[in-house]
Design a protein. Structure first.
Lengths: 207, 207
DNA sequence: TGATAAAGAGATCAAGTGGTGAACGTCTTG
DNA sequence: CAAGACGTTCACCACTTGATCTCTTTATCA
């Protein structure tokens, strides 16, 4: 099942990312701080909601202390269907696509990520050529709003241009670095950048 | 089954796309806003229509409230199983591999070729790096003994070493040209070279 | 011409959402 | 033992959300 609301998904994303980065679950206070929320109760409610949806498990042990959360494992099935969302480039935001096509993708391409979180983008242009991602390739993207330094992300700048770039942070600023020696990195204030997903795999048709 | 009207299809498309991108269902208001419609009731009617057609499922949980929508799973035979034959490099001929794994591959990757003729190889080394075929990639190969000039082929030299290279002919001789500026082409008499297949597509896991 | 269906507007209602702050019990550490 | 830090629960608030009802407009078809 999926998170029901935007907020719930954000919280889940944060926990997932925190888990991957630190190897343990964040505390309620840490989550609250991250979202600029002053009450732990709010977080507790989100966690409860996520638990009801089966996306999280608590170590609710009576008597002893209680621990936070454990993200659910995904059942394996060889293939799944994902949406193929037109082209990405310096240009159109992803929203502005009318015809969505569904394509089949082998699960092993994106590891343990839940397939509901994956979508596909047709890559346009050679901005990631040094990563050997070419024009016409189909990139598999995990839908996330958080990213770690150095990951290849789908980023929306000023809610207008969607691009596939490597992400780095410098204080309040974000650097979107194309993997192409001929192109310049873009460096803007973090508030202008919205992360839409993370690069997880590649398919190249009919070469 | 198909949506009955244009509008219903638009709504369904929007939901599918939203689901793929955001990882959760849109609310009625969000859908309404997207279509410039001021009433949630209108959307509710479309959702009801789509549900009757079996294109959507509601989370109508007893006792608790009701939730949004889940797009139906569509199994398709747009997929086929092919053999994944270990690694190719300067090394073993392909025949001499005992451990054969089967993997699922979307058919659109290799166009009109019959799937029985396709097998997969794990690429080892960077000899085709200039074609943006990297170490660890999975190459889809059409099993053939003939090739045209300039095609990327799996070639067996002296019945011993299998390699992935571009093929060119010069009279009685055959040139196997790696796509890597640092490597030298191999040029041998045609009788020493056996073509085992032609490169048709690529998959890159878990990047 | 009249019947029917699709699309939409607007209002109402119960239940869930997102948030606050304050308590409480438990564990860890000084 | 006391001081924190932790997860949990409670009451309370404003708001959103899905469902449902009634009404209007428009188009299609017999």
């Amino acid at each position: 099942m999926l998170p029901r609301t935007q907020r719930q998904k954000e919280v889940l994303d944060y926990i997932t990312r925190f888990l991957a980065k630190h190897g343990h679950e964040p505390s309620y206070s840490q989550i609250a701080r991250n979202f600029g929320v002053s009450s732990k109760a709010t977080i507790a409610k989100h966690i409860t909601a996520l638990e009801k949806r089966g996306l999280i498990k608590r170590d609710h042990q009576p008597g002893r202390f209680t621990l936070a959360v454990k993200v659910e494992e995904v059942p394996a099935d060889a293939v799944c269907e994902v949406a193929l969302l037109g082209r990405i480039a310096a240009g159109v935001p992803i929203d502005a696509i009318e015809d969505i096509e569904m394509i089949c993708v082998p699960r092993f391409l994106f590891g343990r990520v839940r397939p509901e979180r994956i979508y596909a983008l047709r890559v346009k242009g050679d901005s990631m050529i040094d990563e050997h991602i070419c024009d016409g390739d189909i990139a598999l993207i995990e839908s996330r709003t958080e990213a770690r330094d150095g990951e290849i992300v789908v980023a929306l700048i000023d809610r207008a241009r969607a691009t596939l770039k490597r992400l780095f942070r410098f204080g309040d600023e974000v650097e979107l670095r194309p993997s192409n020696a001929q192109l310049e990195p873009i460096r803007v204030h973090a508030s202008r950048v919205e992360i839409q997903g993370i690069f997880r795999g590649l398919m190249r048709p009919n070469a």
